[in-house]
Every structure is written in C-alpha cells, then in structure tokens.
Ligand binder design. Sequence first.
Ligand SMILES: [Fe+2]
Length: 222
Amino acid sequence: MAPLTPIQVSQYAANSYLLVSGLIPEEVAERAESALWQLLQARPDDRATWPQKTAHQAYDSPELLECYTEGMLGAAAQLAGEPLESVGAPNRAYAINVFPTPGEWKWPHPHIDHAIKEHGHKTFPRAFRIAAMTFLSDVPPHGGGTVVWPESHALLEKLALSDPSRFESMWALNQELSQVALGDPIETTLRRGDVLFYSYLCAHAGSQNVSDHPRLALNAKW
Ligand SMILES: [Fe+2]
C-alpha cells in the first residue's frame, strides 16, 4: 500500500520537498542513533568526545541501513512518481553529521545537488529521482536543520527550460542560482525518525548548528 496520502504527494510536487514526521519507527531510529554514536567513537553525553566539524562518512552498519524501511522506500518511490518497488535500499548509509560550532547563526546560501562540474550530471532527464535526509537526532531551531526554498523546483525547471543548451548541466544551473528570485527559505526543525524528501531541483542548504547537541542524519539519493 502507498505510504503517503495524495495530499502529501501534492505538497511535495508544489513545494519541491516534503517533511514526513516519524516515518522511521522510533525503535529503528533509536537503534540507528546509538549505532552512529558508536561508529563515531563518541558519546552523546560527553562533549569532549564529539568531532569538531561537519563530517560526511559512509557506513555499512546494518543498524543504519535498517532505516531504509519498506515504508521509507515506498514513500520515496511514490513522491518520485515511480512504482512502489522501484526504489531499493542503498548499499551503504551516508551520514552527514553537523556538530555544534560557536558563532552567530546565519541563513545559508542555497545549492542543488549533483552540481559538481567534474561529475558532469545533466539537468534533463533529471539527474536523480529523489533525495532524502533521515534524521537520527532531534534538531531544534538553529540546530543544523536543512534549509529549503519552497517552490524552487518549478522556478529552476522554468529557468533550465528557457535555455536548455546553456543549462544542460546541473553545474551550470547551480551557478545561476544566486540570480534566481527564490523567495523566503524555511529552516526545518526535526525529530529523530523524521525524513525530509526533496526533489533534484529543490534549492536547499545545510545550516550551522549553534545548539548544544550534534545533528545526526543520513542522506540518500535514488
Ligand atoms: Fe545538498
């Protein structure tokens, strides 16, 4: 059965992203968070053990991969407009953890993914079907939540279609992002087990974590 409602699917199409609260069952998310702390060789209650800056790392951990439940993968397929069984579990869990840093929180600059020049990703057909951030810690305001620009997908698609040869690559489109009137961004706040899905043309950004707790999350793309 499709995990999401037609309204959620419409919201994703309109906004370029969808936050699904509690999509990962609490016991699964809790096990994954504990496993990630062990992999980091750090303890949540001992700040001295925390890494100093944002860390990207892929892991084989079964506890992390368990987050890619049937419901989660089905939701990804549903939003991507594909048959439910077409989105498979990733082979590795790719963690992007944002550790607290001092300083004043600022709105970050937007980007689109798959926009590294050397990687050569094309804008059409879509560079990937869908992306998901699965959160393994609670994230308060200014705690490193993903920032999204609602409706940015439609704006960027329109721009790309206005000159398909100029914007043939995701890199070229991303270069132009600062010239697009994207509107006001939204800073997401999250609970462990929440999943933020976003489309391949959704302008988004990581943000600084000035809270007193690390932000733990997994990123996946299909
Ligand atoms: Fe990104």
